[in-house]
Design a protein around this ligand. Sequence first.
Ligand code: C2E
Ligand code: MG
Ligand code: MG
Length: 568
Amino acid sequence: MIPSDGRTAGIDAFTRAWTRVVTGQTVLRHSREEVYALLERFARRLAEALHAEPFAAAPGRQLGADLVAAGIATPELLGGTTMLIGRRFLADVRMLRPDARARLDELLGAVATGFTGALIDQTVAAQEALRRAELAKRTLTVRTHTVPRNRDALLRQLGDALEGHPRRRLGLCLINLDRFRTVNESLGYRSGDQVLGTVAHRLDRLARTAGHFAAHLDNDTFVLLVADTTGPDEVTKAADEALAAIAHTFPINNGYNLPIGASVGVVEQAAADTDPAALLGAAEQALAWAKRERRGHWMVYDPERAAEESARHALSAEMPDALTRGEFVVEYQPLVDLATGHLAGAEALVRWRHPVHGVIMPGRFIDLAEHTGLIVPLGEDVLRRACVQAAAWHAADPDRPMFVSVNVAEAQLRRPGLPAMVRAILDETGLPEGLLHLEVTENVLLDPEGLGTLDDLARMGVRISLDDFGTGNCRLAEISNLPVHTIKIAGCFAGYLKGRHAADGPDHTVLTAMIKLGRDLGLAVTVEGIETEAQRRRLLELGCDTGQGYHLGRPAPAEHITERLTTS
Ligand code: C2E
Ligand code: MG
Ligand code: MG
């Protein structure tokens, strides 16, 4: 223990400084002497808690709550207070133990928790009083409800607001702080609590002046309810105001100004068209879009987009079963020697024969499969089928080699074991390594792991094609050092040879340069999307080996290729 005399002198010095902070920031209805007396009691309690054996942070909570009760009840005051305590309290009360700073930090954390908790309760109490008063007058307006503390309470409030008012329109702003977790993680929960307290306070003030209703939904999510709207503009205006209010700086414990942003999901609907859960759900969905696509701004709920997303979600949920039921089938599109017109190979393209929706093209489900990871088993399935088929073509006419080209997704390459799986499939089917081409995108080359896998595959004798070449960000000059044998120039470039682009505009120059560079580097060059005879001829002149496109053959079941092989 330190001598109490020394502590008393220190507490006096500290309390005088604290009094200056508090009287400088508020219009408390107390004289400076009264404030001093009040704060001195707090300072003593803090010193006692700090020195207590065993040490416990819990009394800090009560201290925080009592500060609010005593009228020191704004987040700014809490900020000034914790800053002052952090800066000089230990020295003032001559707390010299090695764990002094750690104890103080813990204690201040508890003070902040107690403080914000009490502040919210106080707002609840204030609004509850208002609600009773208003109810007594029998004028039901949404703003008069209490602050709900969670989702269920908010749903009940919305229910009240909607009931019996089918013609009423209303809007919700669901507000979520951006990167709030980083605040907690890097600056501590104490600062996090301070930020939440401040945001709650600012939104509450905004709601009161604008006649809306604000609530703290949970953790770092807040809600603003705008009643009796005439359209979405009114709600997005409220969202703008909320964002502006939050965007003010946050003075936290050591005077550091924290930049805090938020994203907002906005929904505005007629009461007749919705119910509380649907309204909140819509706002949540819009918030998720904002988080993904327009962080720091608001986005308005769009029912069409939501329907589209839920259909996609349903589709992606069906995929695993569809795979085991064998609903994914493979079609083959000819890859044609541009000079002779002979089949050089075929690209395997997957389709989903859906029992209800009919044939679904890969553009609608490949990205879903990539997202869920189903692309790995699906890709293996396609690869096996394609190899079985190619081995059959090869066995039928071993003197005329015909390769099969299979698309491989990034996720497949990142998984270890792809080379071993390919090896096993080649052994199973008896397909010569050189007759399997794997199509990858340029992005794969930027990933060292993917590149290692490609090296292994190339060493095995499998050939690698760069699919959709020219649409990614790969420098052609670098390809010469990479395990790549073929570039497949994306269909859009062939389009430049059509119609009014046929002349030699800048796009045409790019295409010509790509073909020439590919040839100079010793790569095979294929162009996709050939739809006319004029394109075929021009590409042949430019030095292209093979081509793919509707003019040369559409994707079709394997029998079409088999037939073409036997008749030519
Ligand atoms: P891709 O690998 O670039 O395949 C070529 C796409 O262009 C195919 O679309 C094909 O039908 C289409 N196409 C061919 N010729 C023409 C033409 O002359 N004009 C036009 N406008 N289009 C033409 P599809 O079958 O819808 O496949 C789309 C994409 O889905 C493929 O693009 C590929 O990236 C992906 N995909 C298809 N099957 C698989 C697979 O088994 N695994 C993976 N990972 N992706 C696949
Ligand atoms: Mg492809
Ligand atoms: Mg392609």
